[in-house]
Design a protein around this ligand. Structure first.
Ligand SMILES: NC(=O)c1ccc[n+]([C@@H]2O[C@H](COP(=O)([O-])OP(=O)(O)OC[C@H]3O[C@@H](n4cnc5c(N)ncnc54)[C@H](OP(=O)(O)O)[C@@H]3O)[C@@H](O)[C@H]2O)c1
Length: 245
């Protein structure tokens, strides 16, 4: 998808203002997270435009959010606007709860995997970070070839990776969340059924319509440049585009 020129975090917070312990046992996650309406602790790594936007929508839906930055002091405006949210470091975000949202330049993912992979082990890790050769260099080309979902899973082994939210621009997300009528569809791909269910519920809580596309390998279908990226359409239309039943 095309992103508009990078606005600053201040642009993001203005827009929001105007618009509107690790779980180690896989079985423990399913009943805990299997339905919407439950408050989850979600750590956001990369609290810029899209991380700030989706985190704020989750906060408004009742989830507890830890927004992180390498300079947490810069997140003051964001945590003031998002209910029940706090600011912290990426390490604290990785440790905060059973769910982590990655919203980073894709080139940061390998180092995040090395530094924080142990803290994210067994957790549901939603990733919206899009490999862009222009921004991220040669590593992005390799990730695009195999698909971002497969690539992220290799960089963060042991995490339950789900690709979600990489297809929607943050301004469109903020403007269309919970809109009346058919919601904007958000495609999802993941290999872990429980994690996909959690992600699906979090898409609903953020105000969108989840479309399950398949395993991580299928995330390629909605990576930037793929047929399902940036369509901002309804679930029925997106299913047609992606030839899903
Ligand atoms: N913008 C959109 O609408 C949109 C939509 C869908 C997907 N995406 C994808 O989501 C990702 C983020 O996009 P964005 O527009 O939100 O970018 P952004 O506004 O620049 O935010 C990215 C955040 O990542 C953090 N960061 C950067 N390098 C880091 C590192 N090495 N370690 C830890 N944190 C680091 C920065 O936080 P600190 O400097 O504060 O630590 C920054 O706030 C990209 O991959 C993009 O393609 C964007």
């Amino acid at each position: 998808m095309r992103h508009s020129p990078r606005p600053s975090r201040r642009d993001f917070t203005r827009l929001v203002g105007s618009a509107a312990g690790a779980l180690l046992v896989s079985e423990a996650l399913a009943p805990l997270l299997a339905q919407t309406g439950r408050s989850l602790r979600i750590g956001i790594i990369g609290s810029g435009n899209i991380g700030g936007a989706i985190g704020t929508l989750w906060a408004k839906a009742g989830h507890e959010i830890l927004f992180s930055s390498r300079n947490p002091g810069t997140l003051k405006d964001l945590v003031t606007q998002a209910p029940k949210s706090v600011a912290g470091t990426p390490q604290q975000a990785a440790e905060f709860g059973p769910v982590v949202f990655l919203a980073l330049p894709y080139s940061a993912i390998p180092q995040i995997g090395k530094d924080l992979g142990a803290a994210m082990k067994g957790k549901v890790v939603l990733d919206c970070s899009n490999p862009s050769v222009q921004r991220d260099g040669a590593m992005a080309e390799a990730a695009r070839q195999k698909g971002s979902g497969v690539a992220t899973a290799e960089y963060i082994p042991g995490a339950r990776i789900v690709r979600a939210f990489g297809t929607i621009n943050y301004k469109i997300a903020l403007q269309n969340a919970h809109r009346a009528g058919d919601k904007v569809a958000i495609p999802i791909a993941g290999d872990d059924a429980d994690a996909v269910r959690v992600a699906s519920n979090l898409v609903i809580d953020a105000g969108f319509d989840p479309v399950m596309v398949g395993g991580l390998a299928r995330s390629k279908d909605f990576d930037m440049g793929g047929p399902g990226s940036g369509k901002n359409t309804t679930a029925a239309e997106l299913r047609k585009i992606l030839k899903l039943p």
